[in-house]
Write a protein that binds this ligand. Structure first.
Ligand code: APR
Ligand code: ZN
Length: 231
């Protein structure tokens, strides 16, 4: 990961723009695309590039600067439309994801039994992608149990959640909105169901929209069954 060179990434996922539009702005620095980057003065060349799939345009220097402040995982995400180039990785610390089965069924999903995912973390030291590098992080409220119906949809979601876990996208380190604890392992952008027999928290069952919602959240992190490709 560390030898991911930004120039190789830009070569793979972007083209240099020849006809720079006169009036459009670079959404990263808010300066005109036709003027030099306002974000960094280290690149007076004012090269403008466009991402290959979505065609959104930026100062090359601005996109480089954005990449350097991120996870530096060899992937690129358009800051305008969120199109992902390559495989997005997160910065979830090391931990465990275990899967078990339960014969009881979830409200709304009778007679299929339940998949139980158990996540666990130990406290550790934050690395340079986390909010306070070198400082400790905590693991409050673990192990956490999450529930899926043991049917076709639930099995599909489980396969994708494993992929999210492998790409370190399931949790991140930050301040918990629920508990207010800073520097702790918190859920990232993928909702899990942590309540079993009811839905008093909104994170339980029944929830007829959950399958669609979580599949959409996974897809917006670049996780689908189809796309395992590298571009
Ligand atoms: N179950 C699942 N997801 C939750 C829960 C919950 N009980 N509470 C909040 N979330 C979702 C939020 O909707 C948000 O998208 O997690 C995301 C991050 O919220 P934070 O409160 O910052 O996350 P965190 O501290 O990790 O978790 C809150 O989730 O699993 C429980 O025990 C855990 O009480 C804790 C709660
Ligand atoms: Zn775009």
């Amino acid at each position: 990961i560390s030898d991911c060179n930004i120039h190789k990434i830009l070569q793979k996922y972007s083209n240099i723009v020849d006809k720079i539009p006169a009036d459009e702005e670079c959404c990263i620095c808010c300066e005109k695309l036709s003027a030099p980057s306002g974000y960094t003065d280290s690149d007076p060349s004012a090269i403008v590039i466009e991402l290959k799939k979505c065609k959104h345009q930026f100062h090359q220097a601005c996109l480089c600067a954005m990449y350097e402040t991120g996870v530096k995982d060899c992937s690129m995400q358009c800051p305008i439309c969120k199109t992902i180039y390559g495989q997005k990785m997160g910065c979830c610390p090391d931990g465990q994801m275990d899967v078990q089965k339960m014969s009881q069924s979830l409200p709304g999903h009778p007679k299929c039994g339940t998949i139980v995912i158990v996540y666990n973390f130990r406290p550790g030291i934050q690395d340079d992608r986390h909010p306070n590098p070198g400082q400790p992080y905590y693991a409050k409220g673990f192990p956490r149990q999450c529930f899926l119906p043991d049917n076709k949809d639930g099995k599909k979601i489980l396969r994708l959640l494993r992929k999210a876990w492998d790409r370190k996208l399931t949790f991140t380190i930050g301040t918990s909105v629920t508990t207010g604890h800073p520097d702790t392992v918190v859920w990232n952008e993928i909702h899990h169901k942590t309540e079993f027999g009811s839905n008093s928290t909104g994170h339980g069952y029944p929830d007829p929209n959950y399958v669609d919602n979580v599949l959409a959240e996974l897809a917006s992190q670049g996780i689908t069954e189809e796309s395992d490709d590298d571009d």
